[in-house]
Design a protein around this ligand. Sequence first.
Ligand code: BG6
Length: 486
Amino acid sequence: MAAFPDNFLWGGATSDFQFEGGFGEGGRGLSSHDFETDGAKDQPRRISLRLADGTRGFVNNRESLPDGAEAQLYDDIYYPSHKAVDFYHHYKEDIALMGELGFNVFRFSVCWSRVFPTGDETQPNEEGLAFYDAVIDELEAHGMEPLITICHDELPQHLAETYDGWNSRHVIDCYLRFARVLLERYRNRCRYWLTFNEINAVGGYMQTGTHKQTGQDLYQAKHHMMVASARCVKMAHEISPDFQMGAMYALSAMYPATCDPRDVQLAYWTRRESLYFIDVMARGAYPSYARDLLARRDVTLRIEPGDEEILREGTLDFVSFSYYRSNIIREGCSLRYAGVIGGDANPYLETTPWGWPVDPLGLRITLNEIYDRYQKPLFVVENGMGAIDEKLPDGTVDDSYRIEYLSDHLGAIRDAITIDGVPVLGYTMWGAIDLVSLSTGEMKKRYGFIYVDMDDKGNGTLERSKKKSFDWMRQVIATNGEDLRA
Ligand code: BG6
C-alpha cells in the first residue's frame, strides 16, 4: 500500500505578518501586529503604547492595556512585522524555490488591512488584492494551489482601537465582507480555506483586538469569531459547492504526569480547553462541559438569537491543526495558550533549543484522537523545528537535525494514514522559508528549508539560499513520501 495517497498535498505555511512585510505599501492599512516589538526566548514581545497622559508605555501581549492607552508606533523601535522577510518583494523568487521543492500547495494568510485598510470600508483596496492575484498567478505557474488562511491572529488596527476588536459583533460583519471578497475573487482558484488560525490559543490585544484580557472578554470575543467562522462557511458553500472549509487549531499532544487520577483528569480537562473550540466549529454546538469550563473562568457568554442556529449550519468540512510538541500536565505546572505550551519536562523526549519537546508519536496519537472525535478529514497545516541554523563558510547550512525531526513526524503521519486509517489531506511545513518567530519575534528561530539572510534586528541582505533539508524534502515529495530516510 502506498505510504501517502496520490493526491496528497505537500507544501509550506506562512502568515502575512511573519513573512510578507510591505508595511505601508500598496495602500495597506495598519494591522494589530504592527505594534509588536521583538523579544527573545526569555524576554516577552511587547506592544508599544501611547498612555492616557500622552507618554510612552508597553504591555506584554497577553496583558490588558491600561485605561485610556492605545497602540502607538515609535521611530526608534524595531517592529519585525513591518519588513518580516519581505515576501512582498521576493514572492516570485520564493515561489520558484517552493516549486523546485515540488510543493503542490502553499498556505498563506491574507493581510486583512491590505484588503480593507481600516476594516470599515465597503469596497476593497484593489491594489492590495492585486498583490494576492499576482501571488496566486505565480503559484499556479509553478504547479501549486493556494491554501488561504482568511484571518491569522490579526485584524486591522482601526477595528481593535475603535470597536475593541472581536469583543464587538460589528467585527463579525467586517470579517464577512473581507471573506466574501476573497471567496468570490478566488472562487475558481482556491479549494481549501481556513477561516481562522489557532482560535483555541489566540489571545492578547494583537490577536483579538480586545483591550482587556479578562476571561469574559476573551471567550466573548471567541464566541464572535466562531459565529463569524460559521457564517463564513455557510456563505462559502453558497458561493461554491467545491470549497472545502476548515479552521486550524494549535494542538500539542497532552499526557498526564502520572497515573494519579487527578493528573489524568487535569490533562483531560486541559485538553478540553482546545477541544471546546473544535466541538463548536466541527460539531456545531457548545459541548456539555462548556458550562463548567466557562463558570470556572467567571464567564457569562452573550449568545444572541440565531447564533446557535448558525453554529449548527456552518460546520467545518475538515479539521486542521498545527503540531510542534507534546506537554506533560501536572497540578500546578505552568501552562499557556489553552495548555498548548508549557507543562513539565518529559524525561523520555529530547527538546529543541527553545525547550520544545520533540514527539513524533504524539502527532500520530493526536491525529487519531481528533479523527476519532470528529470523523472529518484532517490536514496538518503547521509542523516543523525551530532551530539555530549556522551558515558554514562555504555558504551551506547543515540542518540534519531538521531532517531527522521532519522524517520522524512525516513517518508518524504515514503510520496514521496506513495503519490507523486516518484520512489526512496534506502537510504544510511551517515557514518553508525562514520567517519571523511569532512567540519571540526572532529570526534566529528558523524553520525553513530555505535560509534567509537576516538577523533579529532586520539587518541582512534578505538573500535566500537552500539548506541541506531542501534536497531531502525534494526527494520526499518526488517519491510521494515513499522515501523518508533521514
Ligand atoms: C503557530 C502559529 O502557533 O506556531 C505561527 O500559527 C507560529 O504563527 C508557529 O509562528 C511557531 O511558533 P513560533 O513562536 O516558533 O514562531
